[in-house]
Structures are given as C-alpha cells and as structure tokens.
Design a protein around this ligand. Structure first.
Ligand SMILES: Nc1nc2c(ncn2[C@@H]2O[C@H](COP(=O)(O)OP(=O)(O)O)[C@@H](O)[C@H]2O)c(=O)[nH]1
Ligand SMILES: Nc1ncnc2c1ncn2[C@@H]1O[C@H](COP(=O)(O)OP(=O)(O)O)[C@@H](O)[C@H]1O
Length: 231
C-alpha cells in the first residue's frame, strides 16, 4: 500500500468493532474551482470511496468517458428516469439536466461503502433532506474571481460563451456557501486535497457512523469476572 494511501477501516459486518456505516461526501463549487480535480485525486488515492456517477444531458467533454465521468443520456431518457423515480435527486444546471441515480447507494452505505458526489447546491439540499445523517457537505472556493476565469479558460473544454455563462453563474453559486459543513479555498491543489482528506478521515470516525462500537463498548463494560476478588 502506498504510504500516502488514506488509511481505512474494515467493512461493516457483525462482530467487527471497526465496522461503520458509509458516508456521502458531497463536493460542490462554482464551475472551474477544482471539484473534478479533487474528486479524481480522492478516487485515485482512496480505494474505499466510490464515485456516484451522475446522469447528464450535456455533451461529453474531450477526455470524458461515458459511465466513468457521467452517464451521458438524451433528454427523453433523462425524463423517463425522473418519472420512474430512478434519481435520488436531480436539477437543471446551465440549461442541462443532471441527476444522481439511486442505484446501490442506499444498500452500499449500510455495508460501509463511502460515496463521492460532485453535485451542485440544489442536489446537495435534496440529498441532505433525504439522508441528513449520511451526508458530509464540502464547498470549494476559488482564491479569486480572476483565478476562476483563468482556470475555466485554461481547462480548454468550453467555448467563450459557455465560460461566460459559468462565470455569470459563479456568484450565485458562491452565495450558497453557508449551506455546507466545510468550506475550503482551493488555492494550492495539494493543500486543498490534504484538507479534504482530513475532513473525510474525521467524518469516518464520528460515533454515529461507527456501528461496530455498540457491541464492542458493551463488551468493555461487562463485569470483569477474571479480576482478583470477582464473584
Ligand atoms: N444536482 C446535481 N448537480 C450535478 C450532478 N452532476 C453534476 N452536477 C453539477 O452540475 C454542474 C455542472 O457540471 P459540469 O457540466 O460537469 O461542469 P463543472 O462545473 O465544470 O464540473 C456542477 O455544479 C456539478 O456539480 C447531479 O447529479 N445532480
Ligand atoms: N489549485 C489549483 N491550482 C491551479 N489550477 C487548478 C487548481 N485546481 C484545479 N485547477 C485547474 O482548473 C481547471 C478547472 O478545474 P476542475 O477540477 O475541472 O473544476 P470544476 O470541476 O470545479 O469545474 C482544470 O484545468 C484544473 O486542472
């Protein structure tokens, strides 16, 4: 195991003191602030968190892979899935539809699987309303508006028109920063990644998630029958 691999706990099963419930790590930010970059780093370094792959009606960007980055679907397909209740949440962003498939998230959480969500503030609110205790909300901010524009331009994936629309929307997205548990400025990518890792490590240790502790603590509190003088 690489030395910078994130330490993990064992999967949930009965009798395992380290068993715990999975969590849902949500990364949001104005477009271009770096959430896809941080998400990819996390997925690469931490084998215990899985990406929740969203469905979208937007076109793939160069380098994006169907089924890995998004499930790229037509508007008809998307609408049918929404009608049939196949999404945990969905929203319109930049004139396109985006949705989180229900798939295995609920059963996965019970089995100790963590999931990563790259979704906007609307989706975050919906997930929080449904699964409050499992959700950890992290908002990334750019160090400045000029740097945000530089990153969107430097990414080289969007037309000038699309970049202008994303910049236009950035201020209203930033206004939702107070709907998150953690806010991290993505100035240096390495520092930002470290902070997100620390958040994840601490959140995994929350008592409420550590389902295996119940039996473990009960055992610790049993009267010690082998102690000298015990009845
Ligand atoms: N509510 C919701 N938002 C999503 C989902 N998938 C992606 N998004 C958000 O849609 C916005 C646009 O995503 P994208 O077109 O990939 O551009 P990006 O902002 O540069 O990553 C971002 O704010 C994403 O976080 C989803 O399933 N649900
Ligand atoms: N801390 C950083 N410093 C410099 N460039 C960054 C940083 N974080 C991300 N980038 C670059 O900025 C661009 C936008 O990042 P991306 O992760 O695609 O943002 P988002 O998913 O939030 O739209 C990419 O080209 C990425 O390589």
């Amino acid at each position: 195991m690489a030395s910078d691999t994130i330490p993990q706990i064992l999967p949930a099963h009965e009798g395992n003191a380290l068993a715990r419930r999975g969590l849902m790590l949500i990364l949001s930010s104005p477009s271009g602030a770096g959430k896809t970059t941080i998400a990819r780093m996390l997925l690469e370094k931490d084998p215990h968190i899985r990406n929740s792959v969203s469905c979208t009606t937007r076109a793939p960007r160069p380098g994006e892979v169907d089924g890995r980055d998004y499930h790229f679907v037509s508007q008809d397909q998307f609408d049918r899935m929404a009608d049939e209740g196949e999404f945990l949440e969905w929203a319109h962003v930049f004139g396109k539809s985006y949705g989180t498939p229900k798939a295995q998230v609920k059963s996965g959480l019970k089995a100790g699987q963590d999931y990563l969500f790259d979704i906007d503030w609307q989706g975050t609110q919906q997930l929080y309303q449904k699964l409050e205790r499992d959700v950890v909300r992290v908002f990334l901010l750019p160090p400045s508006i000029d740097e945000l524009r530089r990153r969107l331009t430097g990414r080289g994936t969007d037309s000038a028109e699309v970049i202008a629309a994303r910049m236009e929307r950035a201020r209203s997205e930033i206004s939702h920063w107070d709907g998150y548990d953690y806010v991290v400025v993505n100035d240096d990518i390495g520092h930002c990644f470290e902070k997100v890792k620390q958040i994840l490590a601490a959140e995994r240790l929350r008592r409420a998630r550590q389902t295996g502790l119940i039996g473990f603590v009960r055992n610790l509190m049993e009267p010690d029958e082998s102690a000298p003088g015990a009845p």
